[in-house]
Design a protein around this ligand. Structure first.
Ligand code: PXL
Length: 277
C-alpha cells in the first residue's frame, strides 16, 4: 500500500484541505497521514468571523518523531499554508522526512479568480515559490501560476493556448518535472486542465464538460485525486483526466441542490467513482 503525508490546515467546516484529502486519498486505496498546520472554524472564503489557531510549531517535532520511527513516505503533499513561517517549517518537514524516492507534490493553494485569498499579503507568492521550487509536481490554477511566475493574469476569454503554454514553460524552466494547470477554459466550451511532463516533453489538454458555476474546495478535490493517482503510479495524463472527471462529477452531483452551494460539493456521494477497484 502506498503512503502519502499531507501538510495543510484543518478547516473544521467547509470541505477543503485535510477534510477532503483524507477521505479522497483513502477511498483511492492509498494511506493518508495528516500533518495539520492550522485549525480554523471554517475556511476563509465566504465566511466571516472564523477562528484561527496556528499549530505549526508541532511540525518539526512530528517530523523528528517520524524520522526516528523510520516512517517511509511515497509522497509529501502540501496544500494551503497560512503564512511565510509555515512555508519554512514545511520545507524543513520535507527535508527531514523524505527519502530519495519520495514524490514532492505542491498545490500552491493561495489564490483564485485573479486574487489572493483573504489574509495573504502581496509578497506571499514569492515565499510559496520557494516551496514550488523543491516540488516534483505542481498543480496551480491560472491565478496561482501567474502570481508565482510574475506573469500578467488573464481572465477567461482573454487567453489562448499560447498563454497557457507560457505558464507551463515557466514551471518547467524552474526544473519541475510535472506541471498541471487547473481551471483552463477556452471559449469553445472546453474546460479542464493542462498537463506537462518535462522528461517526455508531452503537453496535453485533459478536458471535461464546462460547468458554469463556482464551488469552493474543488481545487483541493482535484489535487487530492491527482496526487493519489500519481502516487499509485498512474501517468500524468491519466491522473489528470481522473481528477478532471471526478471534480466534474462532484459538481454535477451538487448543482440541483441550490441551497447547499456555499457549503462545497457533495463529493461524499461520488467517492465510489474513485474507490480502489
Ligand atoms: O481550498 C483552499 C483553502 C484551504 N484552507 C483554507 C482556505 C482555503 C481557501 O480559501 O481558506 C483555510
Amino acid at each position: 500500500m502506498k503512503r502519502i503525508a499531507t501538510i495543510q490546515d484543518i478547516s473544521c467546516f467547509g470541505k477543503c484541505s485535510i477534510t477532503v484529502a483524507l477521505p479522497v486519498i483513502s477511498a483511492m486505496g492509498v494511506e493518508c497521514a495528516i500533518v495539520p498546520t492550522t485549525v480554523l472554524s471554517t475556511h476563509t472564503a465566504g465566511f466571516t468571523g472564523y477562528t484561527v489557531r496556528d499549530i505549526s510549531d508541532e511540525l518539526i517535532p512530528i517530523a523528528e518523531h517520524w524520522k526516528k520511527e523510520n516512517i517511509a513516505l511515497d509522497t509529501l503533499y502540501t496544500g494551503y499554508l497560512a503564512n511565510a513561517e509555515q512555508i519554512d517549517s514545511t520545507k524543513k518537514f520535507i527535508e527531514l522526512t523524505k527519502n530519495d524516492k519520495t514524490m514532492i507534490f505542491v498545490d500552491p493553494a493561495m489564490a483564485d479568480n485573479g486574487k489572493l485569498y483573504p489574509g495573504f499579503s502581496a509578497d506571499f507568492p514569492s515565499k510559496m515559490l520557494e516551496l514550488v521550487k523543491i516540488a516534483d509536481v505542481v498543480c496551480p490554477n491560472i491565478t496561482e501560476a501567474c502570481l508565482l511566475l510574475g506573469k500578467e493574469f488573464k481572465d477567461e476569454g482573454e487567453y489562448d493556448e499560447a498563454y497557457i503554454r507560457s505558464l507551463v514553460d515557466g514551471f518547467a524552466a524552474l526544473g519541475i518535472k510535472e506541471t498541471v494547470i487547473t481551471g483552463v477554459k477556452y471559449g469553445d466550451g472546453r474546460h479542464g486542465a493542462v498537463a506537462y511532463d518535462k522528461e517526455s516533453g508531452e503537453y496535453r489538454y485533459l478536458f471535461g464538460e464546462n460547468q458554469d458555476c463556482y464551488f469552493h474546495g474543488t481545487g483541493d478535490l482535484f489535487s487530492s485525486v491527482l496526487c493519489g493517482a500519481l502516487t499509485k503510479g498512474e501517468d500524468i495524463c491519466s491522473a489528470t483526466q481522473k481528477a478532471v472527471d471526478f471534480t466534474i462529477a462532484c459538481i454535477k452531483q451538487t448543482l440541483p441542490d441550490k441551497a447547499n452551494h456555499p457549503y462545497g460539493v457533495k463529493f461524499e456521494e461520488c467517492l465510489h467513482l474513485i474507490c480502489k477497484e
